[in-house]
Design a protein around this ligand. Sequence first.
Ligand SMILES: Cc1cc2nc3c(=O)[nH]c(=O)nc-3n(C[C@H](O)[C@H](O)[C@H](O)COP(=O)(O)OP(=O)(O)OC[C@H]3O[C@@H](n4cnc5c(N)ncnc54)[C@H](O)[C@@H]3O)c2cc1C
Ligand SMILES: NC(=O)C1=CN([C@@H]2O[C@H](COP(=O)(O)OP(=O)(O)OC[C@H]3O[C@@H](n4cnc5c(N)ncnc54)[C@H](OP(=O)(O)O)[C@@H]3O)[C@@H](O)[C@H]2O)C=CC1
Ligand code: HEM
Ligand SMILES: [Cu+2]
Ligand SMILES: [Fe+3]
Length: 521
Amino acid sequence: MGREGGAGGLTSERLPRSPRTAPFALPLPGPAQRMSGGDMAKPLLGHRSVEGDPTAPAAGRTIGILGSGDFARSLAIRLVCSGFKVVVGSRNPKRKAGLFPSAAEVTFQAEAVKKTDVIFVAVFREHYSTLCDLADVLVGKILVDVSNNTEINHHKESNAEYLASLFPACTVVKGFNVVSAWTLQSGARDGNKQVLICSNNQEAKRTIAEIAQVMGFTPVDMGCMSSACEIENIPLRLLPAWKIPIFLSLGLFLCFFTYNLVRQVIHPYIREQKNKFYKIPIEVVNTTLPCVAYVMLSLVYLPGVLAACLQLYYGTKYRRFPDWLDQWLQHRKQIGLLSFFCAALHAVYSLCLPMRRSHRYQLIETAVKQAVEKKMNIWVEEEVWRMEIYISVGIIALGLLSLLAITSLPSIANSLNWREFSFIQSTLGFIALLISTLHTLTYGWSRAFDENQYKFYLPPTYTLTLLVPCTVILAKVIFSLPCIHHRLMRIRRGWEKGRYVKFVLPSATGEYSSGETSSHV
Ligand SMILES: Cc1cc2nc3c(=O)[nH]c(=O)nc-3n(C[C@H](O)[C@H](O)[C@H](O)COP(=O)(O)OP(=O)(O)OC[C@H]3O[C@@H](n4cnc5c(N)ncnc54)[C@H](O)[C@@H]3O)c2cc1C
Ligand SMILES: NC(=O)C1=CN([C@@H]2O[C@H](COP(=O)(O)OP(=O)(O)OC[C@H]3O[C@@H](n4cnc5c(N)ncnc54)[C@H](OP(=O)(O)O)[C@@H]3O)[C@@H](O)[C@H]2O)C=CC1
Ligand code: HEM
Ligand SMILES: [Cu+2]
Ligand SMILES: [Fe+3]
């Protein structure tokens, strides 16, 4: 992921992934920087204009596809829908023709190649060498390598570079590997709209970019062939973005689970010889899950607070954050979604609490006890109100989190402008944290001050979870004090402490690059 100088988790999420990956400026080729941010945010496709637009320069042209598999078929469908003529080259055209739209011509590999200058190679890398017979007819043509690998850096050279080495008389362009066959078939409306493209030949790259654009995708220039490796790794990198957050949540889950197990099951077993093991599947889990959800939610907003602290301390926003903070800022989305996941599970578990058999036995037991003791009124007003409030507040918190989760879907995020998205993610998300705190506090109530609640001197779990969220809330309150708020806002608008000195005497390490001043969103 591209590292931005500022606390730009949101930025890097919504805009092309690194400063290099600006969309092509078509039809005006030029420095990518010329594109305005608006162009990046707004999809280039419309239902209307792009598909099969006859005025587009690339439409109407004949495109070749080698291979007749899933990818080839979806690609053919999309190309035909976008107004291209398609010719498919197969080793067995008779058998495969029925799988393709009738507008596409399916023929032998050599025949297909002769009819076109642009050929998508929809064949696995392992079979590239079997195409060598076609070398003569392929001379001077553009080959598009769409292949993916099964693991990161599986081969020494990228698939595209390998293809180029097999066909030195062709121009190879890497692209389209980041879109799935499914995305191609359903059109660019769903899934990722960006197509990352690289090649050593500018002209060929522009041709493929035009084709991508006519098909409704957003071509992104990734530079020359040496980027192919990076492009091929992108589809494989999706999961690693989740790795740290998943380990974090599992780690938290284990810690809280053990803690709750000791308090709710082991303690009664050792101290009173009571068998409470039935509590493990639901009660212990339902004490653990909300704690994980709540702490993870606060971990989404903690890095923003730390970033603000650093910005205030350095007096500038142009100084790089330490790597760990950078990483953390970039993983907030995944941490947040996992928090939402745990909270949703917690809600379902909570709804199930009263329907359990153990709960019914306990109710009857209490009722019998009350009857024996001839107590008539067992209504405790305070308890009633406490529960009404904490459940209601919990539901609101979950509702807000659902809103955050929904807006993190790419198709919805794309339909919001920057301010709307940031209001939901930043402001409403923080309000969800506040309300969750209220939920936890009203649930916990005075339990923290009750000696009986301390099992093995361990305080009730909820008191532990309050630590980080309350720190975050306190910090946010402090940052909203007028003097600090203004300073922070000035820094985030580009003001720097002692800026003029630094412009006269630029720092030798180049940490304060003035070039960045204008590049921020
Ligand atoms: C269910 C759920 C789903 C989520 N989905 C997403 C998602 O899809 N995408 C995503 O990115 N996050 C997502 N998150 C994470 C989280 O909501 C966002 O990262 C959120 O924006 C963090 O807010 P913040 O106020 O802490 O930080 P920020 O919004 O980063 O920053 C706080 C304030 O500082 C300002 N600011 C920050 N950096 C700069 C800067 N460099 N220059 C100028 N001003 C700056 C901002 O405008 C803001 O006012 C999700 C969280 C949850 C719980
Ligand atoms: N499926 C997807 O979602 C995506 C696929 N890709 C890439 O597209 C390429 C094709 O993938 P996909 O369509 O799924 O794969 P398939 O296995 O479905 O298709 C591969 C095709 O390659 C052709 N082929 C040519 N030479 C050989 C050979 N010697 N041995 C076997 N097959 C040969 C075959 O067509 P014929 O018999 O007609 O010659 C076959 O249909 C791969 O490189 C993949 O990484 C990239 C992004 C997404
Ligand atoms: C529909 C929404 C929700 C409902 C119905 C709900 C219900 C409950 C219930 C019944 C309890 C008590 C559990 C018990 O008796 O052991 C509880 C506790 C708790 N809830 Fe929720 N809740 C909801 C949403 C949330 C959300 C969104 C969060 C935070 C992200 C959260 C965090 C907590 C925490 C931290 C506890 C204390 C756990 C403990 O220490 O025992 N809840 N909730
Ligand atoms: Cu990166
Ligand atoms: Fe490489």
